[in-house]
Design a protein around this ligand. Structure first.
Ligand SMILES: Cc1cc2nc3c(=O)[nH]c(=O)nc-3n(C[C@H](O)[C@H](O)[C@H](O)COP(=O)(O)OP(=O)(O)OC[C@H]3O[C@@H](n4cnc5c(N)ncnc54)[C@H](O)[C@@H]3O)c2cc1C
Ligand SMILES: *[C@@H]1O[C@H](CO)[C@@H](O)[C@H](O)[C@H]1NC(C)=O
Ligand SMILES: *[C@@H]1O[C@H](CO)[C@@H](O)[C@H](O)[C@H]1NC(C)=O
Ligand SMILES: *[C@@H]1O[C@H](CO)[C@@H](O)[C@H](O)[C@H]1NC(C)=O
Length: 360
């Protein structure tokens, strides 16, 4: 009989991990409070802590910091995860046109580029595996405040089209789902009557349970009906961001956005929305419709599950011998790193369960 793994969480991390575990031959159950649904019915108040519906979501290549040290190590680790994710997104988009994935150019304009950008040549970017990377000429910048720019090939997903697709795949392959809010993570090992024997649990709960290093980064964005031919990101000199992420699949385009550490305000600000729209229209006027406008649909407020020290991707053997693989704290990069994280989850589960089987 295959070993049974329970995944806590049905955000992009729990779903991707669950599918990779199935591919590795495990029997998998997902236990979660929130499951993917059409975006139109996700509740902005009661489901604000379920981050996956509120993401963009695009892949932005992040070059590693040039100076050796923990920052560079972390960036290289995340870059490797984003490359694994990119490969899988490419294969999925080709095989499953309805998965919610769209490939398009990614454009970046930076007003105050850090050393990792200044050092980035087209040769270095090719070595890092960033496809179609090209440094923009100054005459391609939208205005004189931009100091550095680039273009590359990347992907965007429509988050709930994509997550509903993953959930369907999981169930079609025999996965079980269990809609339940856990008050304490060890509950998974105590739910025998519902779940049977649990050989390992994966903690893909987004912000974990009581990890003191977890916080949130609030993001306010909004949706417009205007389609866009690229995903565009601008870093402003004051540290703020102006970006768009086309969702595809008739989902409009996300215009953003803020990054506000520890701000728990669930209400969108109308002034912030007006600023986001005005700044994006000035940066990328190609998005405007024939009347020169952006057609606003709705505001979004989300909470990126941010962890001091970066994402947690490791095994913990709790008292009593229960095996838990943690996969949370993805911050603003959950989609970008999802398949890389899921593949690592499988390696961690496998090494723990095989190691244990050989000791019996
Ligand atoms: C405005 C905004 C823009 C973003 N843009 C991008 C982007 O462009 N690219 C990108 O890669 N990322 C982006 N992100 C980040 C991305 O959305 C997150 O990193 C990702 O959604 C996190 O996924 P997750 O599966 O870890 O967590 P979640 O989606 O929060 O899922 C957590 C799961 O755990 C369950 N859970 C939690 N606690 C319990 C409990 N006690 N009992 C039972 N179940 C529980 C929840 O119900 C849910 O199913 C953005 C985020 C925001 C807010
Ligand atoms: C979201 O999470 C925070 C922190 O854990 C909690 O205080 C709050 O009640 C949650 N909100 C909802 C709507 O569940
Ligand atoms: C999930 O992570 C928290 C830390 O945030 C930890 O206390 C808990 O043990 C983990 N989950 C499981 C299933 O144990
Ligand atoms: C929190 O961060 C500190 C310092 O970065 C680290 O020593 C500690 O182990 C972390 N705690 C958890 C639960 O990961």
């Amino acid at each position: 009989m295959p070993q049974h793994v329970v995944v806590i969480g049905a955000g992009v991390i729990g779903l991707s991990s669950a599918i990779c575990l199935q591919e590795a031959g495990y029997s998998v159950t997902i236990v979660a409070r929130d499951f993917p649904t059409p975006f139109e019915i996700v509740d902005p108040q009661t489901q604000i802590n379920y981050t996956s519906p509120w993401g963009g979501a695009h892949n932005r290549w992040v070059p590693p910091h040039p100076v050796p040290g923990p920052e560079r190590d972390q960036a290289l680790r995340e870059h490797a995860l984003s490359l694994s994710t990119f490969k899988r997104m490419e294969a999925l988009a080709a095989a499953q046109p309805a998965a919610g994935i769209t490939f398009m150019p990614g454009i970046e304009y930076l007003e105050s580029p850090g050393p990792e950008y200044v050092a980035l040549t087209e040769v270095a970017a090719a070595e890092l595996g960033m496809p179609g990377f090209r440094i923009l000429r100054a005459d391609e910048f939208p205005d004189a405040r931009v100091a550095w720019g680039c273009e590359y090939r990347t992907w965007c997903v429509n988050p709930m089209v994509y997550c509903c697709f993953l959930l369907r795949q999981f169930v079609l392959r025999g996965g079980r789902i269990f809609k339940r809010e856990l008050r304490c993570p060890d509950e998974v090992f105590a739910l025998h009557s519902d779940l049977g024997t649990v050989n390992a649990a994966v903690n893909a709960s987004g912000n974990g349970f009581g990890d003191k290093n977890m916080s949130i980064t609030r993001g306010q964005t909004c949706i417009v009906t205007n389609p866009c031919d690229a995903t565009v990101t601008r870093q402003n000199a004051d540290g703020s961001w102006t970006f768009c992420v086309p969702r595809g699949f008739q989902g409009g385009t996300v215009i953003g956005g803020t990054k506000e550490p520890d701000n728990w305000d669930p209400e969108p600000s109308v002034d912030v929305r007006k600023t986001l729209l005005r700044r994006f229209a000035a940066t990328y006027p190609r998005i405007l419709d024939s009347s020169g406008k952006l057609q606003f649909v709705r505001d979004i407020v989300g909470r990126r599950p941010t962890r001091r020290g970066g994402l947690r991707l490791e095994t913990e053997r709790a008292v009593g011998g229960n095996v838990v693989v943690h996969a949370y704290g993805l911050g603003g990069r959950g989609y970008e790193l999802s398949w890389g994280v899921a593949e690592e989850v499988v390696r961690l589960v496998r090494s723990e369960l095989e190691g244990r089987a050989s000791k019996l």
